[in-house]
Design a protein around this ligand. Structure first.
Ligand SMILES: [Zn+2]
Length: 355
């Protein structure tokens, strides 16, 4: 089958549970080495393309340079370099905060000059300690300046949206892909917004629902509970994450039923979600009602469309790259076969060390 395309990764992350705020404190040299390790591991697990949705400073650009020099082996890399954020906003510590439409345009131009293939923007807060998780971050004018500038370069915009307010701004600004896409109000309550879903469908925006990014935290705390036991705070987090996962998955399957194109992206190695374990996300998508074939399409051709590389890869067709994986089993009948990767070919070259 075609090689997998994970449309949402963070190559510099350690997958050891540390928050982004703390990850950012590590030196760039360590983060670049970690990115090389993660990239190779993901490739060996059958992922022939990744879209990296945010790293610190020049780390992922240096990874690409080292791959071009033959120093390391990676999947095909689509990079934003740094995500653009408001001052203090989600992922702003990675080095590209911007204020006002002019600075937003300037930041896009800087990243494109450095080699960005697309631009990631955080349209709401997130796990970043100084951010406001469920509030919109950029103004509509700022967000529109970013998308307008990115589209001038024939590139695309991926927006992190942890609330409905952010989704609305992202749609007004005409972003191309929305990640997380959580229908959450300012006060943190889930409320399905049918009108926003209709706009997502009408505007042809792709949604990357990052299910296992939440579920793995539930699993992690469950594991702790069964081994060491949970502190009072951990237990509150555990109960709350169970509710969040249940509410988010219900809303994602509604979005799917109402015509939204879902694209598979793991968000690994953020928090405890290690790289090389993309099938967890595929299994989660299968568990909320996507058929095996729908999951496969979301992780190959639709993911390629969302990354705007479907002319080169995403399906096995004449004139496309030979990004091909051989699996021991039939994932169209049982999605867990995705764990049994036998061989990986990237652009016709066999990737060694994956057995
Ligand atoms: Zn992410």
């Amino acid at each position: 089958m075609p090689g997998l395309i994970d449309c949402h990764v963070h190559l510099i992350s350690l997958g050891d549970g540390r928050a982004g705020d703390d990850l950012n404190l590590l030196p760039d040299e360590i983060l670049t080495l970690q990115a090389a390790k993660n990239a190779k591991m993901h490739l060996q697990s059958g992922v022939t393309t990744v879209r990296d949705c945010g790293a610190k400073n020049q780390t992922t650009f240096m990874l690409r340079k080292s791959a071009e020099m033959g120093i390391t082996v990676t999947p095909k890399l689509l990079l934003t370099g740094r995500p653009i954020a408001i001052v203090g906003g989600h992922l702003s510590y990675f080095g590209s905060p911007a204020t006002g439409p002019d600075e937003c345009r300037a930041e896009v131009r800087k990243l494109v000059k450095e080699g960005a293939d697309f631009i990631k923007v955080t349209a709401t807060g997130g796990s970043t300690r100084t951010s406001f998780r469920h509030h919109a971050s950029f103004t509509k004018e700022e967000l529109t300046a970013i998308t307008d500038e990115v589209h001038k370069f024939d590139k695309h915009v991926v927006a992190h949206c942890a609330s409905s307010e952010g989704i609305e701004n992202a749609l007004d600004a005409k972003v191309d892909t929305i990640v997380h896409c959580m229908h959450i109000e300012r006060d943190g309550t889930f409320k399905y917004n049918k009108e926003l879903t209709k706009r997502i469908v009408d505007q042809g925006v792709y949604v990357n629902p990052t299910l296992h990014a939440i579920r793995h935290q539930v699993w992690h705390l469950e594991n702790l509970k069964n081994t060491k036991g949970l502190s009072e705070k951990e237990d509150i987090d555990y109960q709350s994450l169970i509710d969040i996962y249940s509410s988010h998955t219900k809303l994602v399957s509604r979005m799917k039923d109402e015509g939204v194109t879902l694209v598979a992206g793991s968000d690994s190695a953020w928090l405890n979600y290690k790289m090389g374990e993309f099938p967890h996300e595929l299994e989660a998508m299968n568990s909320i009602g996507l058929s095996e074939m729908e999951v496969i399409k979301s992780a190959t051709l639709d993911s390629a469309r969302s990354c705007q590389i479907d002319a080169q890869t995403g399906s096995i067709e004449k004139n496309k790259l030979a990004d091909i994986i051989i699996i021991d089993g039939d994932p169209t009948k049982d999605i867990s076969a995705m764990w049994k990767i036998n061989e990986v070919f990237k652009d016709g070259e066999i990737v060694t060390g994956n057995k």
